[in-house]
Design a binder for this molecule. Structure first.
Ligand code: NOJ
Ligand code: CA
Length: 677
């Protein structure tokens, strides 16, 4: 039976419409999570519990529109229930088959303003969390409306720690996380991860508040009131309105993952399940893979994006990278600085970028022909410097050109201080307000028509849209490896044990791992990579992305064949993934099985503390023997004093064994379990 047939057979129940009560409750399929909705003193409220214990206290819902007062909700007029248990297949992903087992409750609220006279709130309840969205179905098709407030609040019950950074800072989402009492949150980006204060010792609750299916709506931030309530704050247009809509619409889903461990958050698939199925019928041209690029050498200032004596993107240099990629089995070569517009202050002059005209020393045709003969693709690069109208004007021509020469992946970029992108009317735009949410999707749609996938840097945060547009392969949206070239400061070891439980809950990240020479000639710790070399290998497994870069210079890989072997072997597309151990900001162990394969890969990381973890291998197939190819921190390894020490060893293991993961300060481990019989 195909999974599709299975999906059809397992739809459990048809919707039932009940007489509306004053209070409507619904439970997740396994009766783990419960939501109750009611109105009180003119507010529409929802409250959430897990296993009978309150998790989110009653908190307001609904939107306010321009020209109307804040609505008073007077009651529930209808409630509709349904349940569904299906399994669907990802074209690529961290897990091939995804089960979507949820119950749904739709409550219709009556309000006392014209636009809020009738609003539906749709809840989807899973055993590991929930999502809810507002549907304003009664707005006439041609009526333009402006949202001026999202009243949604989240009120976690009890004391929580939070991992967060101040939202709307000039570097967008490229900040280090801080851990504080959640009450100290002022304005946080999502996903926002919270852990009950005693969580560490008792396995208390872990929450992640975020959103799913962010389409044609501004991105949601969370404003703390100092007393444990977090209110939705949407990135506004220049005139202060939040969202501009015409006719009936539904908001993105507001989501809350609720788990007993950090790993439960990481292994939740709610984010994907709340997005629509693929709008791209034939996805066979969308390919995960590994790439190298003319990139790190610019960040190390060995070559330049702009033209001149050390221009990086030359035909000759690109052929050198293509040779390297072909020799070691990489799928693509990213080339930055190939197009006109980089000379001078390119951030200030983004409107000068051409996306079709190459510098004279970069011969696209010769390069792509050379690549084709060697089985290596050129990966395009479109740095816009946030000059969006300039990019949109050239988008169609650019994608057409790239398709014609066989480019099937483009990295985009929006380097510009948050809030200073200018639209076609010269109005300032936030990097993830409704304008940029529209733009990011527009780029993906135009690209899809030309069979091109997108890897967006300085992007709108991920909300699971890869399900609907699988050519949205990966994105940045956090501090990546590039900070380890620049310094001031570089990413401390705990950064990569925070990311899996925060930013990565949104979706894949193009972190660009694999730096072999983490010190790159620097003496100060905060100006070079703060990890051991084993960490750089483990990141390929720990941080999920369908495309991963081997970011270092070719000569640095050839100098470390011991470590490089793991990067050559590790795939980027998985049958299944499991977070085996983890504490936010302390450590993590992840295992993934290659899609269609029998091997397993494991990645483990610690923070600045050396750490010994024992890991049971019961995820391996029972009764099979595996060769464990272990890449671990070598003798006296330490991210401060001896980052390059690596021990590679092999041993035979079975599912009955366990493995000691002995990690140095700022260290980690990477393992390939190669099946033997
Ligand atoms: C920032 C991106 O994150 C980086 O990867 C890129 O090299 C530069 N912008 C230049 O486009
Ligand atoms: Ca960046």
């Amino acid at each position: 039976m195909s999974f599709r047939t299975l999906a059809l057979l397992t739809v459990l129940a048809l919707p039932t419409i009940a007489q509306a009560a004053e209070r409507e409750c619904a439970q997740s399929p396994g009766k783990v999570i419960e939501v109750c909705v009611f109105t009180r003193d003119g507010q529409a409220l929802y409250a959430v519990s897990k296993g009978g214990k309150p998790v989110l206290a009653a908190a307001p819902m609904g939107l306010t529109f321009a020209g109307e007062a804040q609505a008073r909700y007077t009651g529930i007029t209808a409630a509709k229930r349904s349940a569904s248990d299906t399994t669907w297949e990802q074209p690529w992903g961290e897990q091939r088959l995804i089960r979507d087992n949820h119950s749904e409750l739709t409550v219709s609220l009556a309000g006392d303003t014209p636009l809020n006279r009738s609003v539906d709130v749709v809840f989807r309840l899973f055993d590991d969390g929930l999502g809810f969205r507002y549907a304003y179905a009664a707005i006439p098709a041609d009526q333009a409306v402006a949202v001026t407030d999202d009243r949604t609040e989240f009120k976690p019950v009890g004391a929580y720690d939070a991992w967060w950074y101040e939202a709307l800072g000039q570097e967008r989402d490229e900040y280090l996380y801080k851990q504080t009492d959640a009450h100290r949150i002022t304005l946080a980006e999502t996903p926002l991860t919270l852990r009950q204060n005693n969580g560490r010792e008792t396995g208390g609750l872990h929450l992640s508040i975020h959103e799913a299916a962010l389409v044609d709506f501004p991105s949601m931030l969370l404003a703390g009131d100092g007393a444990g309530t977090y209110k939705a704050r949407l990135m506004p247009w220049a005139d202060g309105t939040l969202a501009r809509k015409t006719g009936a619409f539904a908001t993105p889903w507001r989501t809350v993952l609720i788990g007993d461990s950090a790993g439960a958050l990481a292994d939740s698939r709610i984010e994907l399940n709340l997005n629509e199925p693929s709008k791209i019928a034939d996805t066979s041209w969308i390919k995960p893979g590994k790439y190298v690029g003319i990139w790190w050498e610019m960040h190390l200032q060995k070559s330049t994006w702009g033209s001149g004596p050390i221009h990086g993107a030359t035909t000759q240099n690109t052929k050198r990278y293509i040779d390297f990629a072909a020799k070691y089995g990489f799928d693509g070569v990213l080339v930055e600085g190939w197009n006109r517009g980089w000379d001078g202050d390119w951030i200030a002059n983004g409107d000068k970028f051409s996306f079709t005209e190459a510098y004279p020393d970069f011969d696209i045709k010769a390069i792509t022909d050379y690549g084709k003969a060697k089985g290596v693709k050129l990966i395009g690069h479109n740095e816009t410097a946030g000059a969006v109208p300039n990019y949109e004007a050239q988008l169609e021509d650019a994608m057409k050109l790239y398709e014609s020469v066989g480019v099937s992946q483009v990295k985009t970029g929006y380097v510009r201080h948050s809030g200073t992108i200018l639209d076609q009317d010269g109005q300032p735009q936030w990097f993830a307000g409704q304008y940029m949410v529209r733009h990011n999707l527009h780029v993906a749609e135009v690209a899809a028509r030309h069979h091109i996938s997108i890897d967006a840097h300085e992007p709108v945060k991920d909300t699971g849209l890869r399900r609907t547009w699988p050519n949205m392969l990966s994105r940045e949206g956090a501090r990546g490896q590039e900070f380890n070239a620049w310094g001031d400061p570089t990413n401390p070891p705990e950064h990569t044990v925070i990311l899996p439980f925060t930013r990565m809950l949104a979706g894949p990240m193009d972190f660009t791992p694999g730096i072999m020479d983490v010190v790159h000639g620097k003496t100060e710790l905060t100006r070079r990579g703060q990890s051991t070399i084993a960490v750089q290998l483990a990141l390929y497994v720990v941080l999920y992305s369908p495309i991963h870069m081997a970011a270092d210079l070719p000569e640095n890989y050839e100098a470390r064949p011991d470590a490089f072997q793991f990067i050559r072997d590790v795939p980027t597309d998985w049958e299944t993934s499991k977070t085996l151990q983890g504490q936010v900001g302390d450590y993590i162990v992840v295992a993934r099985q290659p899609r269609g394969g029998k091997d397993w890969f494991l990645g483990a990381l610690t923070d600045e503390q050396p750490r010994k973890l024992n890991q049971k291998l019961d995820f391996l197939a029972t009764g099979k023997r595996y060769e464990a190819q272990i890449y671990r921190d070598g003798p006296w390894a330490d991210f401060r004093t001896n980052p390059g020490a690596l021990t590679v060893e092999k041993k035979i293991v079975t599912a009955k064994d366990s493995l000691d993961l002995d990690m140095a300060a700022g260290g980690g481990a990477a393992v390939r379990f190669k099946i033997l019989d």
